[in-house]
Design a binder for this molecule. Structure first.
Ligand code: 0RA
Length: 659
């Protein structure tokens, strides 16, 4: 039981250095409830999870300020969330101007996190930086418990409004902040927290903040009498992050190269390695926030990498035999790197604010990475040789790929529009309303052709297993029939920019929906994965722009007499069986047909279950998380390595390609 005690008295002692008086700025929380999207991005599952990050960011700030070592996140049985840290605790003294406790100000005034005082925090967490008051405004209930100065304080709120003044409820030897909030169902479209989503970001945070203990507990259900708990802790920081990213790849160098530097108040931390794959995986962060679109820190890194390796290769005669230019891109093949900078006043650019703009950071990163690479190349000649030889291979392959590509694209152009013979095109010439189904096998392709809506739906049958692009050299890809057909049918082409970077031209994209339609069995899902791997590595933009979908054919047809119903999973099948039999399990007149392949359906059935836009289920493919997507494709499709099996078992339900 909570005992009612006196409200907290103004605590004069807190008003020095970093107490209540350093908290400034005012704005109403009403605005947040009126336009939640403006503050947390959206009110779907993403926005719901964003609430957790707003609170955790504050705890991370405490860690960055050197005052917090442990952060625990708990999902409660009712999908409320508790974030507990052992930081200094939010001050509870009276705010001199506002005549309210500092805790109440932090919790009820927009932007009053204390982060806005430059000398208080060197770096601040939240991208939106909207603070914990937004979380409060969007919660049906929130409780803050503060352990500070030997005392325990609490305050509760409903939709951001305090239910009572801050009160003292006991004594403690601990220090820290415990925030528990229940998102408001009036605001959010969903209330279910996903363990994996939370786990993934906490893991990332542990790599980005070495030495910080993070813990995630799920109290919603017990397994073998215990709650699901996962601990995240990294001693090696980014070095371990790079090893995690490349778990399924074969490394080219002994240990990741690790670089730290500090200049003009900017902290630079970089870890990088090379593997034998053909893809590049560079992940970047600013103040712990992922910068999907890179920015000046990534440019600085690339510049240094190209400059130092090029110089090394030239000086040591590695590029003598090559009769074409080596481009920046060639130094990135097989590269995995994590770049993390801490910038006092970050400027984020771009539509999604996923790009760092601060120009001073470019030089700082370029210098520090350049200096460190010089030392590495000098001290590790054998490894340096392996990397530069790989660069030469990459340049050679790129040259061959360009020739193959130009050949394919020229041929396509010569045959007058050059659509593949196998494509049954739709009549419409408007990409917005047009769809193309990539269908496994000629026979299912035939059925789909009969069943489709000819006006808007095109069918491209693919023969058997398409090439595994994860293991193939780039020029092989452009020579592969099925892949060539996909390129020409879609009207998408590839060119190279000045830096040798592959750029996709999707201006002439012929269909705005590209639907992968495969059998609902193991082989079918393997083929789906192969096609997705291709899109992920070579046409990622189409996924990012939301053009790629996966069709969902039903698994069962349940029949009794004239009644019939399709079922997409076992739950639906059982429900239909029970309904048709009136609850009698042994009713023999109820028949269940298991569809093993698309070919078992006739054209009409395929249309009504899987293709008709009024009744079908399409899953849109999104890359919520590029880090996990890269790992997943490498695991599923790359070299045969032990973690693969475990990974497939752990991610059997479509891994993190959240669809
Ligand atoms: C304002 C000022 C101080 C700390 C905090 C806020 C703070 C906020 C949160 C949110 C979650 N955990 C937190 N921990 C601390 C500075 C306190 C001082 O000077 O003692």
């Amino acid at each position: 039981m909570k005992d009612e005690k006196d409200p907290v008295k103004p605590a004069a002692a807190n008003n020095t250095d970093y107490g209540a008086s350093s908290i400034t700025a005012l704005e109403g929380l009403e605005a947040v409830r009126k336009r939640p999207g403006m503050y947390i991005g959206s009110t779907d599952t993403k926005g719901l999870h964003h609430l957790v990050w707003e609170v955790v960011d504050n705890s991370i700030d405490e860690h960055l300020a050197g005052h917090c070592t442990h952060i625990e996140v708990t999902i409660r049985p009712d999908n409320s969330i508790t974030v507990k840290d052992n930081g200094r605790g939010i001050p509870t003294g009276m705010h001199p101007k506002l005549k309210k406790s500092a805790l109440e100000v932090v919790m009820t005034v927009l932007h009053a996190g204390g982060k806005f005082d430059k000398d208080s925090y060197k770096v601040s967490g939240g991208l939106h930086g909207v603070g914990v008051s937004c979380v409060n405004a969007l919660s049906i209930h929130l409780r803050a418990e503060i352990h500070r100065d030997g005392k325990v304080f609490e305050q509760e709120y409903k939709q951001g409004k305090p239910l009572y003044d801050v009160r003292e409820i006991g004594t403690t030897t601990d220090r820290g902040t415990i925030v528990t909030f229940l998102p408001d169902p009036e605001i959010f479209e969903t209330d279910e927290y996903k363990f994996d989503v939370l786990a993934h970001r906490l893991r990332e945070l542990s790599y980005l903040n070495k030495g910080l203990f993070l813990k995630l507990t799920d109290e919603r259900e017990k397994e073998n009498g215990e709650f699901k708990v996962e601990d995240f802790f990294s001693e090696g920081g980014l070095q371990e992050f790079v090893i995690y990213l490349d778990e399924a790849k074969t490394t080219l160098i002994n240990d990741p190269i690790y670089i730290t530097a500090k200049e003009e108040g900017v902290d630079v931390e970089v870890a990088m390695t090379y593997n034998t794959s053909y893809s590049e995986n560079v992940v970047s962060f600013v103040n712990n926030i992922s910068t999907r679109d890179g920015g000046t820190h990534v440019s600085g890194f690339r510049r240094a990498l190209t400059r130092e390796f090029k110089k090394y290769g030239d000086d040591n005669g590695h590029f003598k035999k090559i009769n074409f230019t080596i481009s920046g891109e060639d130094f990135m093949e097989g590269l995995t790197a994590v770049i993390s900078v801490k910038v006092p006043e970050p400027q984020f650019k771009g539509q999604t604010k996923g790009e760092l703009g601060n120009s001073e950071v470019l030089g700082i990163v370029s210098r520090s990475v350049g200096d460190a690479l010089k030392v590495f190349l000098e001290e590790n000649p054998a490894q340096a040789k392996r990397i530069v030889e790989k660069v030469v291979l990459a340049a050679t392959a790129r040259n061959a790929a360009r020739k193959a590509r130009e050949m394919v694209q020229r041929k396509g152009a010569l045959t007058g529009g050059g659509l593949p013979g196998k494509l049954a095109d739709c009549a419409s010439r408007s990409p917005e309303e047009s769809e193309v189904f990539l269908v496994e096998g000629d026979s299912a392709g035939g059925t789909a052709k009969q069943g489709r809506d000819r006006h808007t739906q095109a069918i491209l049958p693919l023969r058997g297993k398409i090439l595994n692009v994860e293991k193939a050299l780039e020029h092989k890809i452009y020579e592969n029939e099925e892949i060539k057909n996909i390129f020409t049918a879609l009207g998408v082409s590839v060119a190279e920019n000045d830096e040798g970077h592959r750029v996709l031209n999707i201006e002439k994209l012929r269909y705005h929906k590209i639907v992968i339609m495969c059998d609902a069995d193991i082989d079918g899902s393997h083929i789906t994965t192969l096609i997705l791997t291709f899109f992920f590595r070579y046409m990622r933009e189409l996924i990012e722009k939301g053009h790629v979908y996966i069709a969902q054919p039903p698994l069962y047809l349940v029949k009794k007499g004239k009644n019939q119903r399709y079922a997409w999973n076992d739950k639906e099948r059982k429900a239909a069986q029970l309904e048709f039999s009136g609850g009698r399990e042994d009713d023999d007149s109820v028949k269940v047909q298991r569809y093993k392949g698309l070919g078992e359906m006739n054209a009409e059935q395929l249309w009504e279950t899987t293709m008709d836009s009024k009744t079908r289920i399409l899953k849109q493919v999104t890359i919520d998380d590029a880090v996990e997507a890269d790992r997943m494709f490498a695991m599923l499709m790359g070299d045969d390595v032990p973690p693969r099996r475990a990974f497939i078992e752990a991610n059997a339900k479509y891994a993190r390609i959240d669809v």
